[in-house]
Design a protein around this ligand. Structure first.
Ligand code: BGC
Length: 752
């Protein structure tokens, strides 16, 4: 056994931020504050009213404004526009006794006005530059609009395509999510939070929110320590190491304790063992919901439980505001702990430069000149094309020649200018995406015909997140079949409405809705050259699509420039390089489905193998996914050869090198994501059949062979034991290298 780190979960509770690391100004200010003012800093109000319009007469609004003026509010969310933010800030700064500025937060999940691809798509790029650049631009736009705190990135690992919020994170793997998390945070925060074009990031949701039982959002989570420490927590640890200044907890209860009131998570691990110096914010009303969970008797107890557990700032349920003063007076909350929470929040406000100039983010000129710029849209296009995953391309149907005589474009999603913006689209103007049809028309020189064919959703939404499914009529079928019959090539766009995924958007069946696949089956009868472009926010069930068409391109929800980016790939101006960050199942019933599963005692190596009844399998579907994690084709053909290890033995503290030759056998330059997995063959606890440990995205020219070398250290082989130690164990390991998690070369070594 090689112990690499001390226990993570036996750290002392109630670890408080050491004053020595806090700026002196924070201490000076803290010394001036009354208990009521301190509690005020912990309140985060939802800004649902319009400050700049006629002052609403609603009592609660008036009361909230009065509280801001009394210095009883630390920050606000959902206050939009420079004018509204300035007006709110003026109330806090000009009218309160100490003039402490507020922090302004918003869900800047994948862009502010210029929409970038959804985070799951960004992860499909396997390119941290994409994550960094998209959030750098999102920060410029949001900070120029007065905001200084992004409620992102969401780095909840999720293995379940039914869970609608899977679109918002980095998919099923802890290592890949960690790589993206670091880049997302750096993109927001850069090296200087006080720069008016950067903003504070918030890693969320701490923790295990992505493990909602049965994929149903907000549902309970029951996760072993082994899974918690090895799968769920690594991205958060990476986020803390990258300097994230805030962390949001979540709605779920974890192993019987709602995470908002989980002191082990927030105090022992996050603030204790990891030394997190920023602040923790609760999720929307999650403090109040502690009562509904059945975790505490009443709201006062909820306030105390959340606070004691390390939730510093409280999002909108106003339980801190109502009860913390009394709890401090009664001695139920220690003043030192209150000071610690306030100190953490003030520190971030100082770092944001808000004490120097509380209006530094409020600049009307920047608010118009820094959004939706040509540069930002070009970056959105570049990001989107890097996120696309080519799932099938028989007979090199793709790329399409630009001068092909005729293309039939079919599908409601093909002409849609709103759905590609995705869920969590912040302030993107409605219908501002480039549609696939527009993208194709800009490039193709031949005839391009279009018809809707199927209708997935009615256009009219009564509220923003509604999914108004259309009735299942076949009125558009005959026109679609007609134009398909006459065209040389058909591009049919199918998938999901953007609000089928996202918060509160879980689905029990992840097959494509409506009669889009039924129409597709009719189209392929009249034209064999059908290219399917998928738009969706989760791994969808598509064997009935893949089996009947020669080419399938996964485009996710690609954001503002989606249609151009799709055309770039369809016509070969960009050679696809994306790889799946999630496994695509044959059947929803396989979920949760993930590549880094355990072997079990009765594994099946060959699905449906006759006679294998008493083995771990389904009798009506394979165990394996339709498309495995890490899968994605290119217009280039890559072959992997000669996996060699520098040694077949590794001693603690030493490194082992694994090299592989990757050849581009095509006549097209292309990028490939070379992936390295390990398997620890036996251990104190059972280990996954594969674990991603490294990857490299490399350009390989036509005909070229490149040798890719990875270094493996003992640290890469370690994992958290049930007793909290982080150890690598002596024994036998496999190394796998390949272009996805399934098709790999294998070598062996021993850890001594
Ligand atoms: C979500 C958070 C989000 C917050 C504020 C909650 O419902 O879970 O992720 O940041 O709302 O909009």
């Amino acid at each position: 056994m090689i112990v690499l780190r001390n226990s993570v979960w036996n750290a002392q509770p109630n670890q408080l931020l050491k004053t020595s690391i806090v700026d002196k100004s924070v201490e000076n200010l803290l010394a001036l504050m009354t208990t009521t003012e301190k509690v005020g800093q912990l309140n985060l109000y939802n800004g649902t009213w319009d400050f700049t319009g006629p002052v609403p007469q609603d009592n609660s609004t008036q009361e909230r404004a009065d509280n801001i003026k009394k210095g009883l509010v630390g920050g606000m969310l959902n206050v939009l526009t420079v004018d509204a933010i300035r007006e709110a800030q003026e109330m806090a700064v000009e009218e309160s006794r100490l003039g402490i500025p507020m922090i302004f937060g918003y869900d800047v999940v994948h862009g502010y006005k210029t929409m970038m691809p959804i985070p799951l798509a960004q992860t499909a790029s396997w390119d941290s530059d994409v994550a960094y650049e998209t959030n750098r631009i999102a920060a410029i736009e949001a900070a120029s609009s007065g905001l200084n705190w992004a409620f992102a990135p969401m780095i909840d690992v999720s293995r379940d395509g039914r869970w609608g919020r899977i679109m918002e994170g980095g998919g099923e793997d802890p290592y890949l999510t960690s790589v993206m998390a670091v880049a997302w945070i750096r993109g927001f925060q850069q090296d200087d939070l006080s720069d008016p074009l950067t903003m504070a990031a918030c890693a969320k949701h701490f923790a295990a929110y992505g493990f909602a039982e049965a994929g149903r959002d907000y549902n309970t989570t029951d996760v072993s320590d082994q899974t918690l420490f090895n799968i769920v927590l690594p991205p958060f640890k990476a986020a803390v190491e990258a300097g994230v200044v805030s962390v949001m907890n979540g709605f779920n209860d974890l192993n019987g304790v709602p995470v908002t009131a989980d002191g082990r998570l927030q105090r022992d691990i996050l603030k204790g063992d990891w030394g997190f110096e920023g602040f923790v914010v609760s999720d929307f009303n999650s403090v109040g919901e502690l009562v509904t969970h059945g975790f505490v008797k009443d709201e006062k107890a909820a306030a105390r439980a959340a606070f004691m557990a390390g939730s510093d700032m409280e999002m909108d349920s106003r339980q801190y505001e109502r009860h913390l003063n009394a709890l401090v007076d009664e001695g139920a909350i220690d003043m030192a702990m209150l000071d610690d929470a306030v100190r953490r929040i003030l520190k971030v406000k100082f770092e944001l430069g808000l004490f120097e100039d509380p209006y530094r983010y409020c600049n009307k000129e920047r608010a118009t000149s820094n959004v939706l710029t040509a540069d930002h849209l070009a970056a959105a296009r570049d990001a989107a094309r890097k996120t696309m995953v080519l799932l099938k391309n028989d007979n090199d149907l793709l790329p399409i020649a630009k001068d092909v005589a005729s293309i039939a474009v079919i599908g409601q999603l093909a002409a849609h200018k709103d759905i590609p913006l995705g869920s969590w689209r912040a302030q993107a103007p409605a219908n501002s995406a480039v549609s696939v049809l527009e993208g194709i028309r800009e490039v193709a020189t031949g005839e391009v015909t279009y018809t809707e064919g199927y209708r997935l959703v009615e256009e009219k939404r009564h509220f923003i997140h509604e999914v108004p499914f259309s009735e299942q009529n076949r009125n558009g079928f005959s026109d679609a079949i007609q134009i398909a019959r006459q065209a040389e090539v058909v591009v049919m766009v199918i998938g999901e409405d953007c609000f089928q995924s996202g918060e509160g958007r879980s689905q029990v069946d992840t097959q494509l809705k409506g009669n889009q696949v039924e129409l597709l089956a009719e189209i392929v009868k009249v034209n064999p050259n059908v290219i399917v472009v998928l738009m969706n926010g989760r791994p969808v069930v598509i064997p009935d699509v893949v089996n009947i068409v020669p080419a399938v391109l996964e485009s996710w929800f690609g954001g503002s420039a989606s249609g151009n980016a799709i055309a770039d790939v369809l016509f070969g101006d960009y050679n696809p390089s994306g790889k799946l960050p999630v496994s695509f199942p044959y059947h929803t019933g396989q979920e949760p489905l993930y590549y880094n599963h355990k072997n079990g005692g009765r594994p099946v190596t060959n699905d449906f193998d006759a006679g294998k009844v008493f083995w771990s399998h389904y009798t009506d579907a394979p165990n394996e996914p339709l498309f495995p994690f890490g899968f994605g084709l290119s217009y280039s053909i890559f072959s992997y050869n000669d996996l060699t290890l520098s040694s077949h033995q590794l001693r603690s503290g030493e490194e082992l090198k694994a090299s592989v030759n990757v050849t581009n056998k095509s006549n097209m330059n292309g990028e490939e994501v070379v992936q390295l997995y390990i398997r620890d063959l036996y251990g104190s606890t059972t280990r996954p059949v594969k674990e991603l440990k490294a990857f490299e995205k490399v350009m390989i020219r036509a005909g070229e062979t490149r040798t890719i070398t990875f270094k493996i250290s003992t640290d890469d082989l370690a994992y958290y034991w049930p007793d909290g130690r982080y150890c690598a164990e002596e024994g036998d390991f496999h190394i796998f290298i390949g272009g996805n998690s399934r098709d790999v070369l294998q070598a062996e070594f021993e850890l001594l």
